[in-house]
Design a protein. Structure first.
Ligand code: ADP
Ligand code: AMP
Length: 207
């Protein structure tokens, strides 16, 4: 059966970085709800207009909106191995996901929790840069972009929004840890290690 893997962890823990590598090297489809929403904002679609303010304030967008997006996406991915990065982020989203997957004859296979202290997250997010052409994630100190690659900073990677996003994570998303622990699906990786070490830990879980 096609694998369904969930990445949970605070913003800046390295979820996108690892998901991009698993997509490149192992053929997983990387579904980042943050990327989907930012693209909608950039294009100025109806969805984009609805979610822009939430994202800029570091708040979660309403469950119903994001659940509908994932529902459509999952239908297109029959038979494919997927990584959900940034979804679910609330218990309501997790319950809706279980139901959607069941209807498609799938289930959550493993949940990987990226464990990392808040101070490290702030450093990672302040230095994060994105190549807008490819969506690839870089860091000014830990993973600088190659010469010639023009990068941008995300609007929500400003210190005051970063703090808000961390608070939202601890209040609204951290309860998912217990939700998946009870289902025996939770695997913890030490996300403060180097990208290669984190990648190895993840492969140990999913292969
Ligand atoms: P998330 O998707 O969890 O928000 P990202 O993958 O975007 O996090 O990573 C946040 C920042 O930290 C990026 O600038 C990225 O290059 C950098 N980064 C990711 N993993 C590591 C790591 N293991 N060590 C150091 N820096 C990292
Ligand atoms: P990310 O790229 O995962 O850091 O997400 C960026 C922003 O998109 C978040 O701060 C939220 O505003 C929004 N977002 C992404 N995924 C979700 C989700 N599953 N539920 C609610 N809001 C989300």
């Amino acid at each position: 059966m096609a694998k369904t893997i969930i990445f949970i962890g605070p913003p800046g823990a390295g979820k996108g970085t690892q998901a991009q590598r698993l997509a490149e090297e192992k053929g997983f489809v990387h579904i980042s709800t943050g990327d989907i929403l930012r693209e909608a904002v950039q294009r100025g679609t109806e969805l984009g207009k609805k979610v822009k303010e939430y994202i800029e304030a570091g708040k979660l967008v309403p469950d119903e909106l994001i659940i509908n997006i994932i529902k459509e996406k999952l239908k297109e991915l029959d038979g494919k191995d997927i990584i959900l990065d940034g979804f679910p982020r609330t218990i309501a989203q997790a319950e809706a996901l279980d139901k959607m997957l069941k209807e498609l004859g799938r289930k959550v296979d493993a949940v990987i929790l990226f464990e990392i202290p808040d101070e490290l997250v702030i450093e990672r997010l302040s230095g994060r840069r994105i190549d807008p052409k490819t969506g690839k994630v870089y860091h000014i100190k830990y993973n600088p972009p190659p010469p010639g690659v023009e990068v941008i900073q995300r609007d929500d990677d400003k210190e005051e929004v970063i703090r808000k996003r961390l608070e939202v994570y601890h209040q609204q998303t951290a309860p998912l840890i217990e939700y998946y622990r009870k289902q025996n699906k939770l695997h913890i990786v030490d996300a403060s290690k180097s990208p290669d070490e984190v990648y190895k830990e993840i492969l140990n879980v999913i292969e």
